[in-house]
Design a protein around this ligand. Structure first.
Ligand SMILES: CCCCCCCCCC/C=C\C/C=C/C(=O)SCCNC(=O)CCNC(=O)[C@H](O)C(C)(C)COP(=O)(O)OP(=O)(O)OC[C@H]1O[C@@H](n2cnc3c(N)ncnc32)[C@H](O)[C@@H]1OP(=O)(O)O
Ligand SMILES: Cc1cc2nc3c(=O)[nH]c(=O)nc-3n(C[C@H](O)[C@H](O)[C@H](O)COP(=O)(O)OP(=O)(O)OC[C@H]3O[C@@H](n4cnc5c(N)ncnc54)[C@H](O)[C@@H]3O)c2cc1C
Length: 613
């Protein structure tokens, strides 16, 4: 039962000047990865459904990604499924459900995917992600379990603890969350109030949330789903505060799922988005856990209560750095989904005339519509490709860290902090632009775009509020600027602070040279970073303390971090497009897209670029 493709859409596709397969293979990491990615939904839907053609299945798959399936009224008839417990007649849209019903529907689908991932032995993280996203397109109640809970065990646990706890997480014998934020503190971790006091007599920690503001507040899955938390608390031993450490804390009974003694836990209530994630609160009333429940890869508490500090007290922050990197990558794909929906819609929506009497045109023919969408297509590619470029730096830093070499930790923290802020702000702006480009139908939940926005815009807040993350990156950039001022050697990533010069060869009447574009963004970043450093030093010269001068310069410091990220993204986009081995037509198109992205950025930040000439 094939579905005919809209003739306007078919015509637009037929006019492509390149072979999309080349690009798709590049984006998904090669033909084999792409084959697997396409095979998974077809395999699963074939298993689930009886009378659906492959076209329908792909349409449903794509539609599920963007909820278009709700719009088309498609439902899946679930037949002889391997997972007998999945009794649902089909995927009902959660758009019309209450929060409880939507959570239950998402939970049902998530539990199904968890079982199938194990039965199909899907080991590859990306394949697991694709598989899950087919069935739970919105916020997945197990998201914290899949990412931060397991990452914290892997990065903060000893080998013995990993051996003990990771199999429980992998087989869903336990369901976890990452409980750090409190009602009174999300950003300022040194202000966390939850305590873990060591009782040397019984070799146990006594966990306590002594005040209302110390209640854990926000952790995903805490409201209903999780029965264990990796919980961050202030360690107190021998009367001394030893800073934030991580602990494995059972929350609910593994059989009855009822809160354990001393535990008060529940859901924090309705949110702007992320409706199917049960973000919760937790109060601990002198809950005891054994000494072995402290994650002791880097810091330890000996039986007699002696605290053995980590080589670097920032290593406890590694799970956040890891997850910021996930957010950096997913931001580009989120924008890619939104702009795909909006571009397809713009090919099939006919509205108004360009030439009077000439008949209504595809809205994609309006230059204003092209500007709205093509800049977002370019931005999605830029973010996806910059994330791939950052991964190389990320992987090399992590492999060095695992051998005990922490020299790249500051660079990694700065890169993940600034790129997480840059990408999520760009993604949020871009998704909203795509929604508005679809007129009234973009405002329909069935378009899929509103939920993408309300779910994903939270990424500007969680995992490090964006302004705070920019200021974190600015610490590193400012240090590099100070070193540059003294002629000292800089880390590879910031050496442009010493070398960047504005020797642009392009003139306005010729096609701009790509190397000039990179040089312009590099010079803009170097100038903004230098200006922020100058403002900081001006503050000090006025007699302000270091922290007051930092606050005095903070707006420019945020700009410096964003200019750095913008340069990193433009450079990655151009260098990767030139070096990717595409055929001429594809490379020509991609370099055109890279110029569009870079020149649009210059227009949006024309003040910076005009100022640096
Ligand atoms: C579109 C995206 C889609 C993604 C979908 C995926 C599915 C999503 C589902 C889950 C949804 C949500 C999950 C959310 C989870 C959470 O939010 S978990 C909680 C996150 N919380 C935070 O991030 C807290 C942010 N605050 C901090 O990190 C710290 O408080 C802060 C760094 C701001 C300050 O810490 P201080 O101890 O005060 O440090 P400071 O004095 O500023 O600096 C000291 C020193 O330490 C260095 N530093 C700080 N952090 C790190 C780090 N992480 N790694 C390495 N080094 C670090 C800092 O640079 C300083 O060094 P310096 O040399 O003195 O400069
Ligand atoms: C959907 C969602 C899911 C979440 N999931 C989890 C989870 O699973 N686990 C978990 O532990 N937490 C989770 N969180 C909490 C999240 O990590 C915090 O909300 C986040 O760290 C921001 O902290 P805050 O809410 O206290 O905001 P605040 O820090 O209070 O921010 C408020 C304002 O203060 C400004 N500000 C704060 N500090 C500074 C500073 N030093 N300089 C300049 N400006 C500053 C910020 O820029 C912001 O404008 C989640 C949050 C959301 C929204």
């Amino acid at each position: 039962m094939g579905k005919s493709v809209n003739p306007d859409l078919a015509k637009a596709r037929s006019q492509a000047t390149f072979d999309p397969a080349n690009l798709t293979n590049y984006l998904y990491g090669g033909p084999e990865k792409l084959r697997r990615k396409r095979y998974l939904p077809a395999f699963v839907f074939k298993e689930l459904c009886t009378e659906m053609s492959l076209t329908d299945l792909c349409l449903i798959f794509l539609g599920l990604l963007t909820h278009v399936s709700d719009y088309l009224g498609l439902t899946l008839s679930i037949e002889n499924m391997a997972a007998k417990e999945y009794k649902e007649e089909g995927f009902k849209s959660t758009d019309d459900m209450s929060r409880e019903e939507a959570y239950e529907e998402s939970m049902r689908r998530a539990v199904y995917t968890n079982k199938r991932v194990l039965q199909l032995n899907l080991q590859d993280q990306e394949e697991q992600y694709y598989f899950r996203e087919i069935f739970v397109p919105g916020a997945n109640p197990f998201a914290l379990h899949y990412v931060m809970f397991k990452d914290a065990i892997n990065t903060q646990g000893t080998e013995d603890q990993i051996q003990k706890w990771l199999p429980l997480a992998e087989t869903y014998a336990v369901t976890g969350t990452y409980a750090q934020t409190e009602l009174g503190h999300g950003t300022f971790l040194r202000g966390l109030e939850t305590t873990a006091e060591y009782d040397v007599q019984r070799e146990e920690f006594i966990l306590n949330t002594p005040t209302i503001t110390s209640s854990k507040f926000w952790p995903g899955a805490l409201g209903k789903t999780a029965n264990v938390a990796i919980l961050n608390a202030k360690l107190i031993t021998k009367g001394r505060n030893c800073g934030m450490q991580s602990f494995w804390v059972p929350l609910r009974h593994l059989e009855t799922h009822q809160p354990l003694p001393g535990i008060t836990v529940g859901d924090i209530g309705p949110k702007f988005g992320y409706h199917t994630s049960d973000n919760g609160f937790l109060q601990l009333n002198r809950v005891r856990i054994p000494r072995e429940n402290m994650l002791m890869r880097y810091s330890k508490v000996l039986q007699d209560g002696t605290f053995v500090p980590p080589e670097n007290d920032r290593l406890v922050y590694v799970p956040m750095t890891q997850f910021r990197f996930v957010v950096i990558g997913r931001s580009g794909w989120t924008l890619a989904k939104a702009v795909t929906v909006a571009t397809r819609y713009s090919a099939v929506r006919r509205q108004s005339e360009i030439t009077p009497g000439g008949g209504e045109v595809q809205i994609l023919d309006f230059q204003t519509q092209q500007h709205k969408l093509f800049t977002q297509i370019a931005s999605a590619y830029a973010m996806i490709i910059a994330a791939k470029a950052a991964k190389d730096l990320y992987d090399s830093a992590f492999s060095k860290m695992e051998k005990g070499n922490l020299e790249d930790l500051p660079m990694l923290h700065a890169l993940t902090s600034s790129m997480k802020a840059f990408n999520t702000w760009e993604m949020a702006t871009g998704v909203e632009q795509c929604r508005m480009a679809c007129g009234g139908h973009g405002y329909l939940l069935a378009s899929g775009i509103p939920q993408m926005y309300t779910d994903m815009v939270s990424a500007c807040t969680y995992e490090g509020e964006n302004t705070v993350m920019c200021l974190q990156a600015a610490r590193f950039l400012n240090k590099c600027q100070e070193a540059a001022n003294k002629g000292e050697r800089l880390p590879q990533l910031t050496r442009f602070l010493q070398t960047s010069r504005l020797n642009i060869s392009s003139s306005l009447d010729q096609d701009v040279d790509l190397n000039d574009i990179i040089a312009a963004y590099e010079f803009r970043a170097a100038t903004v970073i230098s200006e922020a450093n100058a403002r900081l030093n001006a503050g000090l010269a006025m007699g302000k303390s270091q922290s007051e001068a930092w606050n005095y310069a903070s707006q420019l410091l945020v700009k410096a971090a964003l200019a750095f990220s913008h340069w990193f993204t433009v450079r990655a986009l151009i260098e990767n497009m030139r070096g990717a081995g595409f055929d001429n037509s594809t490379e020509t198109l991609l370099l055109q897209l890279a110029k569009l992205y870079a020149l649009d950025g210059m227009l949006r930040y024309s003040g910076d670029f005009r100022k640096v000439g």
